[in-house]
Design a protein around this ligand. Sequence first.
Ligand code: TYD
Length: 252
Amino acid sequence: MWPGGSVFLCVLCVSVVFRVNGRAWCLGGSSDGRGAAILPAMPKGWFITFEGGEGTGKSTQLRLLDDWLRALGHRTVHSREPGGTPLAEAVRAVLLDPALEPDGLSEIFLLEAARHDHVERVVRPAMAAGAVVLCDRFTDSSLVYQGLVRGLGWEEVETLNRLATGGLVPDLTIVLDMDPEVALARAHTRNSEESAREDRLDEEPAEFHRRVREGFLELAGREPDRVRVIAADGPPEKVFARIHPVLPEALR
Ligand code: TYD
């Protein structure tokens, strides 16, 4: 009926609930009895994720969007994966420790355990309270890094993502895209400035980063309504100006 949409009957309010691009809407009698209305099915915030290879400027753009949304009066929650809760941050330290080197399957289970904790304790409660949750990486990173590049399989990782998140899908995913060689040079400058950074995955060969880039572009091809590719070259303000037009109308 709608691309990526579905329809079902709500037995609680006797109305038709339809879902378009991850957002639920309710078509039924209005509560004041004055006729039919289309309303959001439940009070709900927004969930926006940032994805892309290393050094593409995700955290800078996330911060710019956070400041901009707050200036407009939106309540925001800024988070990241792996991480975002004490348990998930502990898992992050394990994942990025060069001494541990978990194999592919151990890595995905650690990521999904951290993700489940993060979704249940941070993302869902914040959305239920009406906040805009901004997250640096989410399920799409697992699809690309573990599913595609590490070879665990797209469908397999999709299944694990669904289990870990209870089916939560971002309203919008911004993929920051640029030449990995340029991005990595940027990441290395940043890393040498921040001596405490822990990056096992930054050490991968150029071919790995090229496949990561292709993986995110493939993802955008599969879900063009949700996943928007933004050219990440140029000064941060210029990149942010490219993000602005793809933001949901309701947030602008
Ligand atoms: P991050 O700190 O976002 O790295 P960067 O700032 O360099 O982009 O993420 C840490 C690493 O974890 C990054 O190399 C990507 C990887 N990762 C996965 O492989 N799978 C996942 O599901 C997630 C969330 C991250």
